[in-house]
Write a protein that binds this ligand. Structure first.
Ligand code: CA
Length: 223
């Protein structure tokens, strides 16, 4: 999951980025509207967390841009404005949530996770397959499978979005630190490892290649 943090208070954006990185989110950080627009134009975000008052304009201008790029991107506005009209304005502009400063970090994270529809636990259970992202463990029929690093993250991302086809670009944005600096080939390598290290020995199939469109989680078949 990739989050763009737009906040001109440098200590605050550092704290936000560090806290979110610790929770395994990929983050990009910027301090101005202009830089935020640039990031939105080159990368896909699951969520944009933006301050309202930025040195070169209003963060709420990013709502329309982020939604236009991808309607799935959630936008959460942070603001020192504590009047109800500002909150209503942000929500009317399309913000998914509005958080007043000062805020409690744990509450902010809980609200971000609610936006990203995580629910109470990160553990993904699909019949006899259990994926635990926090512990980087996969258990199949009670036996642990050795799959770590990027292949593990690719599998987790696809399992989490198993109702949809996920493109290579979306996988790169969600999982790689600097998606522009790697070739899409790294996805094929990761998928291959999932098939070799997990599917083959277990005689199951977890990921289907959808020609020209990407990949889809397909375990159990027909589900
Ligand atoms: Ca500000």
């Amino acid at each position: 999951m990739r989050i763009l943090i737009v906040e001109d208070e440098v200590t605050l954006n550092k704290t936000l980025a560090e806290g979110l990185n610790e929770l395994n989110y990929q983050t990009d950080v910027c301090e101005t509207l202009k830089d935020a627009e640039y990031f939105i134009s080159i990368r896909n975000y699951d969520l944009v967390l933006t301050d309202w008052m930025l040195p070169d304009g209003n963060g709420i201008e990013l709502i329309a841009q982020a939604k236009q790029k991808s309607s799935r991107t959630a936008v959460v506005v942070l603001s020192a404005r504590d009047d109800k009209d500002s909150e209503i304005e942000a929500l009317k502009e399309g913000a998914d949530d509005y958080i007043r400063k000062p805020f409690d970090f744990d509450i902010l994270v809980a609200r971000i996770e609610a936006r990203l529809r995580f629910g109470g636990t990160n553990v993904i259970e699909i019949q006899d397959l259990v994926i635990n992202p926090d512990e980087e463990r996969i258990i199949f029929k009670g036996v642990e499978i050795e799959l770590k690093g990027k292949p593990f993250e690719v599998l987790t991302h696809l399992a989490r979005h198993r109702d949809q086809i996920v493109s290579k670009e979306q996988l790169l944005d969600a999982i790689w630190e600097e998606p522009e600096l790697v070739t899409p080939n790294v996805i094929e390598v990761a998928i291959n490892q999932i098939r070799q290290k997990m599917d083959k020995p277990l005689k199951i199939s977890t990921i289907e290649t959808v020609r020209r469109r990407g990949y889809k989680f397909c375990y159990p078949k027909g589900a």
